[in-house]
Design a protein around this ligand. Structure first.
Ligand code: PLP
Ligand code: MN
Length: 340
């Protein structure tokens, strides 16, 4: 099968770029220093490639991701780096033999962990992003309560998500150190062997963490490239040009591709068509201008601005060999961790 045989829009991952990203990251953060976040790709076949590069523990964002990873035989050490108020499905995963560690940030999430049959937790600490996480000075008391309730406290986690794409890298590093210091202060009260944090944008900066939760590095997107990250953009959406209007008078020509809002996560802006100027996306269309203007039937690879929500819109990820229009489709991976 060739790329030309695929129905568009279709999610493509270029095999060489993906493998280079996995190898580059494993060289910087080998083995247990990286706990890859699977929410970025939601694909157990891709997680298996990360395992092959030496990472046995994984980060998940949803109960569904934990279940799917365990069912795929990738459950040696799963961290659900998120709060849940009903952990019964996670307890069932533990009973099936997988190792599941759950983040808690309150008495309510602690109670849910106990009631659901979870045995191990991390205390999730608010280190600056107004999302989940307990205040650093209250983390020790929550850890004490967890131990009193019979849970094993493996340590702490914190996520400086607001810093990941800060354009000024020196400033990003400085602020990341401030956030990590908050995490270390909490860890002094909590104890345990795990200090988990970070993402693709700060993976070289939170050096005090025992493990980094980066996910986007494998597939990459234009937002992270704009922030100075040098991993390759291995993920694209293959699209067919369905209409083209030549220039007339003052009006430049434009072309329309068959992938729009329903094929791209748009919260980080428009996707990018290499060598072209994107005007706008609508439900099923992307309108752009380019010189020369493509013709109906031409196929283009469009680069998403934000990888995670883009992947979650697609059922499959086609692994392709190279960038050409005639590239071979090597494999087709189901995006099997989608949904809830
Ligand atoms: N950890 C948590 C808790 C996250 O929510 C995220 C992404 O949002 C990450 C880590 C890192 O992801 P990325 O590599 O995409 O920056
Ligand atoms: Mn993201």
């Amino acid at each position: 099968m060739r790329v030309a045989d695929l129905t568009t829009p279709a999610l493509l991952v270029e095999a060489g770029a993906l493998e280079a990203n996995l190898a580059d990251m494993a060289a910087v953060l080998p083995g247990p220093r990286l706990r890859p976040h699977v929410k970025a790709h939601k694909t157990t076949a891709l997680a298996a490639r990360q395992l092959a590069h030496g990472h046995q523990g994984f980060t998940c964002a949803t109960v569904r991701e934990v279940e799917g990873m365990a069912a795929a035989g990738l459950g040696a050490d799963l961290l659900l780096a998120n709060e849940v108020l009903d952990a019964r499905r996670l307890g069932a995963v533990v009973d099936s033999g997988a190792r599941v560690t759950l983040a808690i940030d309150s008495e309510a999430t602690l109670r849910a962990a106990v009631d659901g049959g979870i045995r191990e937790v991390l205390v999730d600490v608010n280190i600056g992003l107004p999302r989940c996480g307990i205040a650093p000075d209250r983390a020790g008391a929550l850890a004490d309560a967890a131990r009193a309730a019979g849970l094993r406290v493996r340590g702490v986690m914190g996520y400086e998500g607001h810093l990941q794409m800060l354009a000024d890298q020196a400033e990003r590093a400085r602020l990341t150190t401030e956030c990590t210091d908050r995490l270390l202060a909490a860890h002094a009260d909590v104890g345990g062997e795990v200090i988990s944090g970070g993402g693709t944008g700060t993976h070289t900066m939170n050096t005090a963490c025992t493990e980094i939760q980066a996910g986007s590095y494998a597939l990459m997107d234009t937002a992270y490239t704009a922030a100075g990250l040098t991993f390759r953009q291995s993920l694209t959406v293959l699209s067919t040009v369905v209409s083209a209007t030549p220039p007339a008078g003052d009006m430049p020509g434009w072309a329309v591709a068959d992938a729009g809002l329903k094929a791209f996560g748009m919260d980080h802006g428009n996707p990018t068509v290499p060598g072209a100027d994107v005007w706008f996306c609508s439900d099923e269309h992307l309108t752009f201008t380019a010189t020369p203007l493509p013709r109906p039937g031409d196929r283009i690879r469009i680069v998403p601005a934000h990888v995670d929500p883009t992947v979650a819109l697609h059922e499959r990820m086609h692994v392709v060999d190279g960038d050409g229009p005639d590239a071979e489709v090597l494999d087709s991976w189901p995006v099997d961790l989608r949904g809830w």
